[in-house]
Design a protein around this ligand. Structure first.
Ligand SMILES: Cc1ncc(COP(=O)(O)O)c(C=O)c1O
Length: 404
């Protein structure tokens, strides 16, 4: 069935607004943040109006209701990503925190131990590992811009302890073959960590099918609010981890004359007051994701991407980076005469919101031989008419910056 983008987009109030130049908003920065539908906004407002209380500590009704929201959201997430149990889901502030939490568990690595990353990683999946003593090895990309599986095989060894990479790259939209990578990582006894920031908002994610050990993601990339997310972790591994943040809600026993004891997973990793309103919004976002007809939404995304590619490739001043990789609905390009920021500013004057710069992936920029790119990233609410608007915006770029 054809995807009805117009009907879908009516659920997003922000998409009916106009930008600072009084142009209808065309939002192509979904790789940075996906917009929030009415139902998620309402779920958060409803929570604040009717269930606002702290969890874990109250014995009164309101607190118990908040606890129900909290724990039922955990169960819904577990079901949606196909975790074995709800206790494999840890709430946090998002992908960045999930990856920092994981790195904090490996402080005992020595320089003999190796961590393998992909050249395309976001800084959130580079910097936490660089703080450790382990040696980082970086998998190259192929000429087409894909994960170089042969290079990975050469770099894997009995010294490899961790393989950590994005499910979908945030610059080129490269889709990494996680199942194959995690099988190879497990073959040498390493764990496989997936940065899922870009993937949860684009279809069904199945952590068991991928057979990864950890999957970190953020609610704001999948129709939910900012500042909240979760980490999936294999229970048998999480049970070996130590608490990350210490504080209220995660302890069993505290005294001044003996060491504290902590609650079981996942509670021992959720110190302090959680973002319960955000979690209520995340729960609704998961239900929203569940209601999307993903095969037709993905076909729609593929059409948008192909149409945008065609428009870009008709312009001789534009180079689309790695146009043939196994790419998702993300396109990065550079222009012969125009700086990415200038393009983004001119696009803004036409109502088109895009991201320009290094996209927190400086090693990839270096590998591509550029300082930055313009990135278009689509969501199912984007329409063909919006993509067509790129042609006029690019003409304006040429007119202004090439002084045609
Ligand atoms: C691939 C990737 N990893 C990690 C992050 C960080 O996500 P957050 O800022 O939500 O923690 C992003 C955000 O753009 C991303 O695209």
């Amino acid at each position: 069935m054809d995807f009805d983008a117009q009907r879908f987009r009516r659920q997003f109030p922000i998409l009916g607004t106009r930008n600072r130049f009084d142009r209808a908003l065309i939002y192509f920065d979904n790789g940075a943040t996906v917009q929030v539908p009415d139902c998620v906004i309402e779920a958060m407002a409803h929570h604040l109006r009717t269930h606002n209380a702290n969890v874990h500590r109250g014995v009164y009704g309101l607190s118990e209701q908040a606890e129900v929201v909290y724990e039922s959201t955990r169960r819904e997430i577990a079901q949606w990503v196909n975790a074995r149990e709800a206790r494999e889901i840890i709430f946090n502030s998002g992908t960045t925190e999930g990856l920092n939490f994981l790195a904090s568990q490996f402080e005992t690595l020595t320089s003999e131990d190796e961590i393998i990353l992909f050249i395309q990683e976001h800084h959130a999946n580079i910097l936490p590992w660089q703080r450790l003593r382990g040696t980082i090895k970086v998998v190259a990309m192929t000429e087409a811009g894909d994960f170089d599986i042969d290079d990975f095989e050469r770099k894997l060894s009995k010294h490899t302890k961790i393989v950590s990479l994005a499910h979908i790259g945030n610059v080129l939209g490269t889709i990494n073959p996680i199942k194959q990578i995690s099988k190879m990582a497990h073959g040498v006894g390493a764990i496989c960590i997936v940065d899922g920031a870009q993937s949860l908002g684009h279809g069904r994610v199945d952590v068991r099918e991928m057979d990864c050990d950890f999957f970190a993601t953020s609610a704001h990339k999948c129709f939910g609010p900012m500042g909240v997310g979760f980490l999936y972790g294999r229970a048998s591994l999480l049970e070996k981890f130590k608490p990350y943040h210490l504080g209220g809600g995660m302890v069993e026993r505290v005294a001044f004359d003996r060491p504290a004891t902590f609650r079981d997973i996942p509670t021992c990793f959720e110190a302090g007051t959680p973002n319960i309103v955000g979690i209520a919004g995340l729960g609704e976002a998961i239900r929203f994701l569940r209601g999307i007809d993903w095969p037709s939404a993905q076909d729609h995304g593929e059409n948008l991407k192909n149409r945008a590619l065609k428009i870009l490739q008709q312009n001789p001043s534009i180079e689309v980076l790695k146009p043939h990789n196994r790419r998702f609905e993300i396109i990065s390009f550079v222009h012969k005469y125009a700086h990415p920021h200038d393009i983004a500013s001119i696009f803004d004057s036409e109502g088109i919101a895009v991201r320009a710069g290094h996209h927190c992936a400086k090693p990839l920029m270096k590998a591509l031989g550029v300082n930055g790119t313009v990135r278009l990233s689509f969501a199912p609410y984007n329409s063909e008419e919006e993509v067509e608007a790129l042609a006029a915006a690019l003409e304006k770029v040429d007119r202004i910056l090439q002084k045609k």
